[in-house]
Ligand binder design. Structure first.
Ligand SMILES: [Zn+2]
Length: 732
């Protein structure tokens, strides 16, 4: 996850144990029983540690160690697919893509709620409830936040998540089980036994025995849990930022983003999106014994389901209204979007008595918050230059307060959107905080348009550098193509120093602006050559602040390769892909070499970039383009000369002089381990690995069906090892 190093040597020892055991395994008689035991043990550990991590936020092991457990499980399951079970944590990374969603009929329809748009309507609702049950005393209600996401139904059979479906039209939804399995807060298996009794929580330090009482649980139990799938605002922002960096269209709000993520035919895409879930109801159920909504929420929580801790009990409608006001007041400070409050009669007996009316329950109502829109005037239209040169038209607004936040600008997204909405300077417009994040213009109020107004004409030159602007066919973005455009450089420098890249503390956009404007930085590498005296010439800098910035810059020199790659700002290479590239190539030199290898020299299958699962044609081309530019390679030289680290975290567990500093290339099929595992064994001993053969290669390990790499190694006179010889080398 983030390159943490192992804290002890025990892992290395474990690996060696396995290694010694392996060669004795005969392929025709695999020790299936011990493999199954290992798989079960791994799953238990992974479930336990991810529970600590995701639900309790108190991990006991490092991310690196967790990744190792996970990798081992994936490896074993790939080798022994018949041991894969639907509740294996491996299913969370996403199953194979499907062509369409299957339909699921809800055995109990998922009803929609009546809405209340005002407090008066809440009072009327309470009167109807009390009249219907002929009681005049105060009713006990449960008041819950109304998540702005998508309703979903999760069916657990004997504690196991078997079907997840969207609400659809209420009676038929879509089967999104594979996608929902990737949502980490949703348990794949409930701590559930018959009669709703739960399995005891293991004491700290003990592992959770998920497979105990398995026979006992053959008693049939069904529990259909309903709730909302949503995307937290922080995750939504990060997703949109990543999309902006890749020039992909942005999601308008977290709900749209959640819907887009859930309706992916490829569950791996869903797995990469930050979805969350909050349970609030049950549908069909057997073996559950609760009498009220309040008890139900408590039970769901006990079973391990995520349940909002914002739910409150209220006696009488006055108390309900008080809570609604509180929710409305606090909605902006919540880490997720809510679009209202749901009010339910607490008692299930009363709910049954009240029944339903025109497909809505009579015992519940949704209090909707008023939309967050205001009108204001457009005082100007400008274009912002992004890190990759993308121009985003922005409406400059007369300041207006929209639900607590003063808005002075609203995005117009791109040229087409500007044309479609026909926003003009002087227009009165309705603005809203879309998804509470990026303010946008909802519509132009045409009645208020000045008579002499003219359609806005976009500039033909970059507002920052006056360079030419192009719009490529099939792209929605206009782009400044001047490589030394100062606006792009400012954005790039800010990105380079950001938390996700080189993490240079104290270097934000304000300092980046000054450094570029004063000509102290002409490319991001220059930041490592800034002097104390130069910093003192900047506005607001004194001895202490200058010293602090220099110290932060110095610390950043030691960031691992993945962060440096992220910081380079290669189009299409985000944090995730940067990590993949760093894991694959380990040094900047090897990545550069791969990117500069002429494409013709390799068949597609042999291309070191295209060989990586996550790299497609477009990204491979983008990486090649980047390294092909002289200015970029010159920048790398500057970075290198400044002492910036150019390799990834290597955890040498067992230093071995025969491996130390030697470069290994693997080719063909290995029988005793996967290629990744073999490469890791080399690196753990201090060796290096590469995906292509060159003069710098020390050993080529050739498995069966070794191809052109072996031939090339023979030509270059490089030592070729058989798998057995490599194995002997490891074990001596
Ligand atoms: Zn420009």
């Amino acid at each position: 996850m983030n390159g943490l190093r192992p804290t002890s040597r025990t892992r290395g020892a474990k690996r060696d144990d396995r290694l010694e055991a392996r060669p004795q395994m005969k392929p025709e008689q695999p020790q299936e029983k011990s493999v199954q035991e290992e798989i079960i043990e791994l799953r238990k550990q992974i479930e336990w540690h991810s529970k600590l991590y995701y639900q309790k936020d108190s991990p006991e092991i490092s991310d690196w160690e967790f990744d190792q457990l996970f990798k081992r499980l994936l490896e074993l399951e790939a080798q022994y697919p018949h041991f894969v079970t639907p509740d294996s944590p491996s299913q969370r990374v996403g199953a194979a893509p499907s062509l369409e969603f299957k339909q699921v009929t809800h055995r109990i329809p998922m009803q929609s709620l009546q809405n209340a748009m005002s407090e008066a309507e809440l009072v009327a609702f309470d009167e109807r409830v009390r009249k219907a049950i002929e009681k005049h005393k105060e009713i006990t209600y449960v008041v819950e936040p109304k998540f702005d996401g998508l309703s979903a139904s999760l069916t657990y059979e004997n504690g196991l998540l078997t079907i997840a479906a969207t609400r659809g039209d209420g009676s038929t939804g879509e089967d999104v089980t594979a996608n929902v399995r990737t949502i980490k807060s949703i348990p794949l298996r409930l701590d559930f036994k018959k009669n709703g009794k739960r399995r005891p929580e293991p004491a700290s330090g003990q592992t959770l025995d998920l497979f105990a009482d398995l026979e006992d649980e053959q008693v049939e139990s069904i529990l259909e849990i309903r709730g909302e799938i949503f995307m937290p605002i922080e995750g939504f922002n990060a997703l949109n930022e990543a999309r902006a960096a890749k020039n992909e269209p942005l999601f308008a709000n977290p709900r749209n983003a959640a819907a887009g993520a859930l309706r992916q035919l490829d569950p791996k895409v869903t797995a990469s999106r930050p979805l969350d879930f909050s349970a609030y109801a049950i549908g069909e159920s057997k073996g559950i014994d609760v009498n009220s909504q309040w008890e139900l929420l408590a039970l769901l929580k006990e079973l391990g389901m995520p349940v909002s801790d914002l739910a409150r009990k209220a006696i009488g409608i006055a108390a309900v209204i008080e809570l609604c006001r509180e929710f409305a007041k606090n909605r902006d400070s919540l880490p997720f979007d809510i679009d209202g409050v749901v009010i339910k009669v607490d008692s299930f007996a009363l709910q049954a008595e009240l029944g339903e009316i025109s497909r809505s329950p009579r015992w519940a109502i949704a209090f909707k918050f008023p939309p967050r829109r205001e009108t204001t005037q457009v005082v100007g239209i400008t274009e912002q230059v992004g890190r990759t040169g993308t121009l985003t038209p922005v409406a400059e607004l007369a300041p207006v307060r929209v639900s607590g936040v003063v808005i002075t600008r609203a995005t117009l997204h791109n040229e087409d959107e500007l044309r479609r909405k026909d926003v003009r300077i002087g227009d009165t417009v309705e603005v809203q905080r879309a998804g509470d994040v990026i303010p946008e213009i909802v519509r132009v109020i045409l009645e208020k348009r000045p008579q002499d107004s003219k359609p806005f004409v976009l500039a033909t030159q970059c507002p920052s550098c006056q360079g030419p602007i192009v719009r490529s066919e099939g792209e929605s973005a206009r782009r400044c193509i001047n490589a030394s455009c100062p606006a792009q450089l400012k954005e790039h420098l800010t990105h380079f120093a950001s938390k996700r890249a080189m993490d240079i503390e104290n270097l934000g956009s304000a300092l980046a602006d000054q450094l570029v404007d004063k000509g102290l930085v002409r490319n991001v590498a220059d930041i490592f050559y800034i002097t104390y005296e130069q910093l003192l010439t900047l506005d607001g800098f004194a001895d202490k602040s200058a010293t602090n910035v220099l110290a932060s810059i110095d610390v950043a020199k030691q960031r691992p390769l993945a962060r440096l790659i992220t910081g380079l700002g290669i189009k299409g290479v985000d944090e995730g892909l940067a990590r993949v590239l760093a894991d694959e190539f380990h040094t900047m030199e090897d990545l550069e070499q791969a990117a500069l290898t002429p494409l013709e020299a390799n068949s597609k299958a042999e291309d070191p970039l295209l060989n990586i699962t996550d790299v497609g044609q477009v990204i491979a081309l983008s990486i090649r383009d980047w390294f092909a530019q002289d200015s970029n390679r010159a920048m790398l030289t500057l970075l290198r000369n400044a002492g910036v680290r150019m390799d990834s975290d290597v955890s040498i567990i067992e230093r071995d002089d025969r491996f130390l500093g030697k470069t290994f290339v693997f080719t063909g099929t290995l029988t005793k381990f996967g290629r990744k595992e073999a490469e890791e064994l080399v690196r753990q001993r201090g060796g290096k690995t590469s995906s292509s053969v060159s003069q710098k290669t020390d050993y080529v390990v050739a498995g069966t069906e070794a191809g052109s790499k072996k031939t090339k190694a023979e030509k270059l006179g490089i030592t070729i090892l058989s798998e057995q010889e490599f194995l002997d080398m490891l074990q001596d």
